[in-house]
Design a protein around this ligand. Structure first.
Ligand SMILES: Nc1ncnc2c1ncn2[C@@H]1O[C@H](COP(=O)(O)OP(=O)(O)OP(=O)(O)O)[C@@H](O)[C@H]1O
Ligand SMILES: [Mg+2]
Length: 335
């Protein structure tokens, strides 16, 4: 394929979405979404089932048209420049799209040919990607005999054939075991290291944490939070210092000592009887140091100390409330 010259506008934004809306009957799948992805970075789009993630990816892939709003990818408009746009993107859909009857190598070769590569280039690109995705040994077996992880890797390889500048990965590791998930993450990291811009949708907080530079959290077609992962965490709550006294019986005294000390900005030390620790919300490193110094000065023995950042699960729950399908799973556990 001839390299296509692309332009970006607005200071290196590979994807720019404004006011995107899409309705299916009564369902507002997207209800005015704004987002941006800077070139060479990974944006994680996080949201529960039905949040609108796949709808967003399908609009950005020109597979469906939005009802309202604008979207540009590599400077190209989804509505007025769909053909050019399709030449700069790669898509790994939520559902594997490999042809079962063809071998891995044939799948990749076929896609290369569909993308206008010469026979020779399609073959060499297929072999290169099979090698890179550790599929060389399985290259000549029909894809129907591949494991889930091998299919996903073949899918990722397929989306890379045209050397896309912008890649969409729609829940690339859903249903994969942890080891296979790690393999896919490594591949995505490699793609980004090679300069690709990635829009990744996921329901896995850990995945977002591993791969994404920034996050957009959507729920019911609306953006409910966005920013860097640490920013989102800070929004929901800072760190919690967890101190394990040498003697468990010291828990109440330790809590009382912290409450009475009147340390700057320190409020709300609590005892966690279940795991035998004192929890103190902290904002700064100075506070950490002050707490440890105070306890030392009062003669407490400390068996363990650590800080805990809220997990993305906790962040997500706090942001989406109890109303989503995902949150209600947690509700039953007694939240
Ligand atoms: N073709 C369609 N026809 C009717 N409704 C649709 C269609 N596509 C999506 N929807 C609805 O739009 C909403 C958003 O769906 P979408 O597939 O974008 O969610 P998602 O975030 O990708 O969810 P999941 O995590 O389950 O993949 C859902 O309520 C869904 O039922
Ligand atoms: Mg989806």
């Amino acid at each position: 394929m001839k390299p296509l010259k692309t332009t970006t506008s607005g200071g290196g934004k590979a994807v720019e979405v404004r006011g995107l809306a899409k309705r299916f009957g009564e369902t507002k799948a997207l209800d005015g979404v704004d987002l941006e992805v800077s070139q060479g970075t990974v944006l994680g789009v996080l949201g529960p089932n039905g949040a609108g993630k796949t709808t967003l990816v399908r609009i950005l892939s020109t597979l469906i048209r939005p009802d309202a709003g604008t979207a540009r990818v590599a400077g190209l408009d989804v509505l007025t420049q769909p053909r050019q746009l399709r030449r700069v993107i790669g898509l790994t859909g939520q559902y594997a799209s490999v042809d079962e009857k063809l071998s891995g190598r044939e799948n990749l070769y076929m896609i290369g040919r569909l993308l206008d590569l010469s026979r020779k280039d399609a073959r060499s690109r297929a072999d290169e990607l099979l090698e890179r995705f550790s599929l060389t040994d399985a290259a000549r077996r029909p894809a129907m005999n591949y494991s889930g992880g091998m299919r996903r890797r073949l899918d990722l390889a397929a989306s890379m054939i045209g050397r896309p500048a912008v890649l969409y990965l729609d829940e690339p590791t859903t249903g994969l075991d942890p080891r296979t998930r790690n393999e896919v993450w490594e591949e995505v990291q490699r793609m980004v290291a090679d300069g690709a811009t990635v829009l990744l949708t996921t329901q896995y907080m850990e995945e977002a944490e591993q791969l994404a530079d920034e996050l957009t959290v959507i729920d019911r077609g609306r953006v409910i939070a966005e920013g860097r992962i640490d920013e989102l965490k800070a929004k929901v709550g800072g760190r919690t210092l967890r101190i394990t006294p040498g003697d468990r019986a010291e828990l109440p005294r330790m809590v009382a000592a912290l409450a009475q000390a009147g340390l700057d900005g320190i409020t709300g030390a609590t005892a966690d009887e279940a795991d035998g620790t004192v929890h103190v919300p902290v904002i700064s490193d100075e506070q950490l140091t002050a707490i440890v110094a105070l306890l030392g000065a009062r003669g407490f023995s400390i068996a363990g100390i650590g800080t805990h950042l809220p997990s993305l699960d906790e962040v997500f729950l706090a942001l989406t409330g109890q109303k989503t399908a995902r949150s209600s799973e947690f509700e039953e556990v007694g939240a």
